[in-house]
Design a protein around this ligand. Structure first.
Ligand code: UDP
Length: 242
């Protein structure tokens, strides 16, 4: 660790990114240079001594709801979505290992030849040994999302906060991409997010975070100081709290 490394405000965090954050400009699938850029951000956190959990969505490959909208049986489509998250997790593992960071992909659906099954105590031990734990296959159940999976695992791993990386630098009262007058919140309560239907995470994930007093920090994956800057309290982000 360099002497100049800022002191992190958290010692164990959950980083949630959507699958779409890995597809670059190509509109679908995995874009290796983009995966590498995200991996470098994680490397920054790791270098600060932060214990890192990750959940990556699957929307760049398959979403259950779109499958079922096209006539596929919903639970089957959801399992396909969960399998998509495993592919993304493996891509991230490969990018992190190229940066010499030890990782484990831990799946909610056992697939022993590919990755580890989820065993809570074992996952905690990996974190203590500073291995980045990438939790794959969501919660293992249909009708959920990876936002809920991230919140569930963050609670189980006793993370101090969820860092939700998005395209924008926080939570706005309306979509900043279409409304130039949209106002960004510095902090916002869980209840306000639910009541105003603000786009942070789905309602089940927000409720699970609220009931366990787990802060959610919404930041831009393109933040100038990167994720390590946000973790040190620099730059713009929104904190969802009580
Ligand atoms: N999924 C699921 N159960 C879970 C997590 C995910 O069934 O616990 C499925 C669901 O079909 C979802 C897909 O996996 O649409 C991909 O996850 P998500 O939509 O959360 O990905 P993101 O939007 O974050 O890329």
């Amino acid at each position: 660790m360099s002497d100049a490394a800022p002191t992190p405000a958290y010692s164990r965090v959950m980083l949630k990114i959507s699958g779409e954050a890995l597809m670059g400009d190509q509109g679908f699938g995995l874009h290796p240079p983009t995966v590498e850029r995200v991996a470098k951000q994680v490397q920054g956190l790791h270098a600060m001594g932060v214990e890192v959990c990750m959940v990556i969505g699957g929307g760049n490959i398959f979403r259950g709801l779109s499958g079922s909208a096209q006539g596929m049986e919903r639970t089957t489509a959801d399992y396909m979505g969960m399998l998509a998250t495993v592919m993304n997790a493996l891509a991230m593992q490969s990018a992190l290992e190229a940066l010499k960071i030890n990782t484990r992909v831990i799946s909610a659906i056992p697939m022993d030849q590919v990755c580890e099954p989820y065993i809570r105590r074992r996952a905690v031990r990996h974190l203590e040994k500073k291995r980045v734990c990438i939790f794959a296959a969501g919660t293992g159940n249909p009708y959920f999302t990876t936002d809920t999976a991230a919140t569930l695992r963050a609670n189980e791993m006793k993370c101090e906060a969820i860092f939700k990386g998005t395209q924008v630098d926080g939570v706005y009262d309306s979509d900043p991409k279409t409304n130039p007058d949209a106002v960004r919140y510095d902090t916002v309560t869980y209840d306000e997010v639910l009541a105003k239907n603000l786009k942070v995470m789905d309602a089940s994930a927000i409720a699970l975070a609220r009931d366990n007093k787990l802060p959610i920090i919404v930041f831009s994956l393109g933040a100038p100081d990167g994720l390590s800057g946000v973790l040190s309290g620099k730059g713009k982000f929104t904190k969802v709290t009580q």
